[in-house]
Design a protein around this ligand. Sequence first.
Ligand code: AHM
Ligand code: MG
Length: 336
Amino acid sequence: HFADAQRTDLMTITRYVLNEQTRYPESRGDFTILLSHIVLGCKFVCSAVNKAGLAKLIGLAGETNVQGEEQKKLDVLSNEVFVKALVSSGRTCILVSEEDEEATFVDPSLRGKYCVVFDPLDGSSNIDCGVSIGTIFGIYSIKDGDEPKLADVLQPGKHMVAAGYCMYGSSCTLVLSTGSGVNGFTLDPSLGEFILTHPDIKVPKKGQIYSVNEGNAKNWDEPTTKYVERCKFPKDGSSPKSLRYIGSMVADVHRTLLYGGIFMYPADKKSPNGKLRVLYEVFPMSFLTEQAGGQSFTGKKRALDIVPNKIHERSAIFLGSYDDIEEIKALYAQEE
Ligand code: AHM
Ligand code: MG
C-alpha cells in the first residue's frame, strides 16, 4: 500500500536530490553537499524562530535580550548562520545576502563553483507577532576553475540552476526547484529531516485569490488599479476574488503556489521600482512559479529576463496562476 510504504520508506530531501543527480553522470555531488548546508541553515533558523517568543525569557543565542532588540537579532543571527553554513560547504564562491551591503567573495581555500543569493529571514516585520516568515535563496553556477567576479551574480534569473525557500510557519516547509519542477519537503522535527510531502507542485491555472498591500492603492498605476478593481467587481459575472495578504513574501507566495491566484508588489508613485529585491526575492520566487507552471511579470517583461545592475536592485513583481498573470499583462499592454 502506497501510504504504508511512504510511512516507512521516507523520501528525504537529500535522497531526492541524490536521485535527481543520477541523471547527470558527470555530477560529483557538489550540489547535494551545498544543499545539505542550506538545509542545516534552515533547521537552525527554524529552531531559533520557534523560540523567538520565549526570547525574553530564555535569551536568544545565549544573549540577554533588551526589549525590542530581538527582532534585529534574529535577522542578524540567521544571516550569520547561513553565511557560515555556505562558506563551510566548500562549494560556494560568491554570496549575496539581503543583510550585507557588499557581496562576499569566499576565500580561495574554501571556494567552489556555486554563487548563492539569499534573504536569510524575510518578512521580519512579522517576527514579533509570531506570523510566518522565511528564508529565500537562488543559486547560480560558474564554470569550474573560473575566477569568480561580481558579474556572475548580476545575471538574469533564468540562468539560476536552482531556487527555493523555507517557510517557518505552522510547520517548517522547504520548497525547491532544480529546474525540473517544484517539490515541497516538510521538516519532521522528531527526525530532524525534511520529508517529501508536496511532490511536483503545480500552481492552478486560474486562481480565486489576489494578494497585495492595498494600503498603497493611492499611489498605484492604472493597470494595477484596474486589475484590483476587476478582482472586486468582476465584469463577466464571475464571483469576486478573495483578498489574502500576510505581508511575508514566503507565506504569500507559498499560498499562491498551492491554492493559485496572484501575488503582487507593484511599482507605485512612491517606489517606482516596487519594494522587493530582484536577486534574492523576485528571481527565486519567479523561478519557482514558472517551474510550477505559473508566470511572473514585472509590468514590462518576464521577471526572469531582468538583467540586474546592482546586487540590491528592486523590481515590481506580479506572479502566480498562468491565466491571472495573462490578465495583468493585457492591462499593461493596453497602456503602451
Ligand atoms: P523585508 O525583507 O524587510 O522583510 O521586506 C520584505 C517583505 C516581504 O516579505 C513582503 O512581501 C513585503 O516586504 C511586505 O511589504 P509591505 O509591508 O510594504 O506590504
Ligand atoms: Mg526581504
